[in-house]
Design a protein around this ligand. Structure first.
Ligand code: NAP
Length: 479
């Protein structure tokens, strides 16, 4: 099928190494000013099919590992050269405060650099077949081979780094990718495709389709040529993907109502400062954002004062102001939902220790006390700048409260007691337990992912490469 080619200044998709025009476009607006930032092509079914077919063709003519390394390394360098432009774009299309957007770009460069390094480390192993009855005279080699076509579906909240956590390892492992970014933040993905094109990635290895998850995500997930779906987003969409993917491999990075324990022996001012930054930074719109804070009853009052003071020091407003700590939510509708959850908690007896109000898409950093476990602000993922303090009497109770959640991504524990820290590490049901820092800590090289409703599989380039490859057993009969 011949797709219409686009001029480079036109709304377009990136398919088989070409910029392709589409009949319809998605308008992307500045999340603070409302100004039109750009238009990106809206994919029709034929574009999704063409993107998958191009990826399938590319995956059948794999690149050498060293070439993959060079392309990924060069792409990382090019992002570094354009770091400020990327940060501005993330702040504009995502409403993320510039300081967080700059940090995201730094992390994205790390993610891509780590992925480049992984391209050189794809090892298999020999299998001692002669150690099995009937295996004498045979040599076994377990190879790690790419899965083939990877569908990468990404959320709005880290439009660069979370896209790179999928695209980087997928390419490093020798796969070809069809990327569907969030419809709210596709411009960063467009810029990224331009970078990979300039870095010399041959046609078909990275394809971009843009448009609503339903139906575009569904078409991708159901496509028989796609061998692995890597998804980051909400649990509801994750469940739908799992149900529709059939026998494909699926990696799901989903939500969390992140818990943190502050024990009586903790450094309270430090814990309060860190927890406030990670409850309210990026307006609480990240999967390990601090939400539930279990504080030992002896220090709960003092901690609440310290955290409310730390929250009051945060600057709320225009994401492009380099001083801003807390910007708008992704949409006013989302801010209204968060406001309604706060109101519901207050109507049920919760007290607002700070914040609590909404203006447009902005929600003030909000700290609640007197909450109950069945309130939405506690038992569901707020995905907004709202945290709650709950007192506990003994450490076992705190661990039970942390585990009383459908989610299990990461949790934070503040204590100076090594035995309690180790107990928490063993007993908390999460993909990550962070001692003396918040649930939000992430270094891009570490294995990252959840248990329970927080997902399946791990990201972090080394671990994602494992997910995105298969073992192929080769047996030589030498007898
Ligand atoms: P979302 O609504 O689930 O969307 C994520 C992506 O899925 C978007 O590209 C979306 O497209 C697409 N999608 C929607 N319906 C789909 C379908 N039926 N089939 C396939 N794809 C579909 O999530 P979000 O609001 O962007 O992000 C917030 C969520 O992501 C939170 O729950 C957060 O905790 C989670 N998250 C998790 C991690 C992690 O690593 N565990 C990291 C960041 C965020 P549209 O944009 O067109 O709707």
């Amino acid at each position: 099928m011949a797709l219409a080619l686009a001029r480079t200044d036109e709304a377009s998709l990136y398919i088989d190494g070409r910029w392709v025009a589409t009949p319809r476009a998605v308008e992307v607006r500045h999340k603070w000013t409302g100004k039109l930032l750009g238009r990106v092509g809206l994919a029709e079914r034929e574009h999704v099919e063409a993107a998958v077919a191009a990826a399938q063709r590319a995956a059948r003519r794999p690149l050498d590992a060293y070439r993959r390394y060079v392309i990924l390394r060069d792409a990382a360098r090019m992002i570094e050269e354009q770091a400020e432009a990327f940060a501005r774009l993330i702040a504009q299309e995502g409403g993320k405060p510039l300081k967080d957007a700059r940090a995201e770009v730094e992390r994205g460069i790390q993610t891509l650099t780590l992925s480049a390094e992984e391209a050189k480390r794809l090892h298999g192993e020999t299998v001692p077949l002669d150690a099995a009855p009937g295996g004498a005279g045979r040599v076994g080699v377990a190879l790690r081979v790419p899965v083939g076509v990877v569908a990468a579906i990404a959320p709005f909240n880290f439009p660069l780094n979370l896209v790179l956590h999928k695209v980087g390892p997928a390419l490093a492992a020798g796969n070809a990718v069809v990327l569907k970014p969030a419809t709210a933040t596709p411009l960063t993905a467009v810029r990224l495709c331009e970078i990979f094109e300039r870095a010399g990635l041959p046609a078909g290895f990275l394809n971009l389709v843009v448009g609503p998850g339903d139906p575009i995500g569904d078409w991708l997930v159901e496509s028989p040529a796609v061998r692995l779906v890597t998804f980051t987003g909400s649990p509801a969409v994750g469940r739908r993907i799992q149900a529709r993917a059939g026998l494909k491999k699926v990696v799901l990075e989903l939500g969390n109502n992140s818990a943190n324990i502050v024990h009586a022996d903790a450094d309270l001012p430090r814990a309060a400062e860190l927890l406030a930054r990670k409850a309210y930074g990026s307006a609480g719109q990240f999967c390990v954002s601090v939400q539930r804070i279990y504080v030992h009853r002896d220090v709960a009052g003092r901690f609440a004062d310290l955290m409310a003071e730390a929250a009051a020091r945060l600057k709320v407003g225009d994401p492009e102001d380099p001083e801003t700590d807390v910007g708008p939510l992704i949409s006013e509708a989302e801010a209204r939902r968060v406001e309604a959850w706060i109101e519901e908690a207050v109507a049920g007896g919760a007290r607002v220790l700070c914040g609590g109000r909404r203006t447009g898409a902005l929600v003030e950093p909000t700290l609640l006390a007197g909450v109950r476990p069945d309130m939405k602000v506690v038992c569901q993922e707020v995905f907004g700048p709202v945290a709650s303090i709950v007192p506990y009497d003994d450490f076992d109770e705190a661990v039970r409260l942390v585990n009383d959640s459908p989610y299990g991504l990461q949790a934070g524990v503040f204590t100076r007691d090594l035995a309690l820290a180790w107990k928490a590490a063993l007993e908390i049901e999460c993909g990550g337990v962070i001692i003396n820092d918040t649930s939000s800590f992430r270094a891009d090289l570490m294995p990252y992912g959840g248990v329970k409703e927080s997902g399946v599989g791990r990201e972090g380039p080394r671990y994602a490469v494992e997910e995105m490859t298969e073992v192929r057993m080769v047996v030589f009969n030498l007898s």
